[in-house]
Design a protein around this ligand. Structure first.
Ligand SMILES: C[S@@+](CC[C@H](N)C(=O)[O-])C[C@H]1O[C@@H](n2cnc3c(N)ncnc32)[C@H](O)[C@@H]1O
Length: 406
């Protein structure tokens, strides 16, 4: 593996649940001789696919609807001016310390935060950290250069989205399962800010003026309605959300509220994302996708409500597949990395659903590879994991890589 790809594997930009293994992207792109390809990830998450694509000289294009995912992916793929960011980080911490002295607890909220967002902040952050985070976020908001600002937001978020030791009262935020365990947060943002800025800079693979690689294009967009023209993409590589497996925004909102998002706005994004527990209401959706649903697993054991949630997932993934078909050039490849999951104790074969939908849309299957997940990537085993049967335990340890040709 070339050094830059090796570095990317070792230093992820920011915690993100169920990240794609960089080696999968590298394996799929290294052999392509035509350069540069247009590589699309329509559900980009933290941007693993695109950062590798860019490192290999391809034009990387990505969409997501989670503002924190977009922020991380943009930072990871951008050409950084390291010295400029370090200098700005110093200015930010100085300004924040000054502001802190006069900032009362009653005012220690993001500007214009509504009552619900304020209550959320009071629940998850202690008084000192509320003041420090409000002062820091205010100082970051004042930065004019968008690139530098995004970098510093990413560092700011790393203070909060951690497994055990962070600036909030919660643990397990990085797995999107925050639960409040502390009376006082284990770290003070002012003590750690410059350290996290250095971590972010260490994880940044591209430097302005050094590598001269194509600029990545990452923006807010829905995979079910891509703002791209027909046949414009050479390769799609993506890992769709697993049904019911990870509620990304549940953890991400602890950072996003400081960046100016209200709980109401975040709730709206979450409820309209793919893979969340929103059930299908429309009967025409039902008819169209019942066959797709049959591929998923033993659905008879599920309640009517859960079946409708599955139906909505099938409906959404059908729309994603239709868009991928539209934007992919003739002979282009589409690679899906997908894990199966459990819903209400029933094993759900997401990978079979993807295979079914891709075939329905006229793709031909090129390969179907199962890969054992490394221990630390096995996010979110089912609650009764230890008690569950050996077959299920085995399945939770693998993911499926499906490659299709247009
Ligand atoms: C499994 S994660 C992708 C992880 C990514 N491959 C990585 O390495 O970080 C799935 C992503 O799909 C996104 N997503 C869900 N619904 C979406 C939609 N309608 N359009 C675009 N992205 C969506 C989620 O926000 C999440 O970031």
């Amino acid at each position: 593996m070339i050094k830059i790809v090796d570095d990317i594997c070792k230093h992820p930009m920011h915690p993100f649940p169920a990240r794609m293994a960089p080696a999968i992207v590298w394996e799929n792109l290294k052999t392509d001789e035509r350069k540069p390809l247009s590589v699309l990830d329509p559900m980009v998450g933290s941007g693993t696919s695109l950062v590798i694509a860019k490192a290999l000289g391809h034009k990387a294009i990505g969409f997501d609807r989670d503002p924190l995912a977009l922020l991380i992916a943009k930072v990871w793929c951008s050409d950084v001016e390291k010295e400029k960011v370090k200098l700005k980080a110093k200015t930010v911490i100085d300004r924040a310390k000054k502001r802190y002295r006069t900032l009362t607890v009653g005012k220690a909220y993001p500007r214009n935060a509504d009552a619900e967002t304020r209550a959320f902040i009071r629940y998850w952050f202690d008084k000192i950290n509320r003041r420090q985070l409000a002062a820091l976020s205010d100082a970051i908001k004042g930065i004019r250069n968008e690139n530098t600002k995004t970098f510093l937001w990413c560092a700011f978020s790393r203070l909060i989205i951690t497994k055990k030791v962070g600036a909030s009262l919660a643990m397990d935020i990085s797995h999107s399962r925050p639960h409040r365990v502390y009376d006082k947060a284990p770290i003070k943002p002012f003590d750690k800010f410059e350290e996290v800025v250095n971590k972010v800079l260490k994880s940044a693979p591209f430097e302005k003026g050094k590598q001269n690689l194509p600029k990545a294009q990452i923006q807010d967009g829905d995979a079910r309605e891509l703002p791209l023209i027909d046949n414009s993409i050479d390769m799609v590589i993506t890992s769709p959300p697993y049904l019911n497996a990870i509620d990304y925004l549940r953890g991400h909102k602890l950072s996003l509220v400081w960046m100016g998002y209200s709980i109401k706005e975040i709730r709206h994004i979450r409820s309209t994302n793919i893979g969340t527990e929103v059930s299908c209401r429309c009967d025409s959706e039902k008819e169209q996708h019942t066959q797709a649903l049959m591929e998923i697993g033993s659905i008879d054991k599920l309640t009517e409500r859960t079946k409708r949630i599955l139906l909505k997932y099938a409906y959404d993934m059908d729309a994603v597949m239709s868009e991928i078909k539209r934007v992919l050039a003739k002979n282009g490849r589409a690679v899906f990395v997908i894990g199966d999951s459990t819903i209400r104790g029933v094993f759900v074969k997401n990978s079979k659903l993807i295979k079914y939908l891709a075939t329905e849309h006229g793709f031909s299957l090129q390969s179907d590879i199962r890969r054992i997940l490394p221990e630390k990537h096995r996010y979110l085993p089912p609650p009764n994991y230890k008690k569950s049967g050996t077959e299920l335990q085995h399945r939770m340890r693998e993911e499926v890589i499906l490659t299709f040709r247009n």
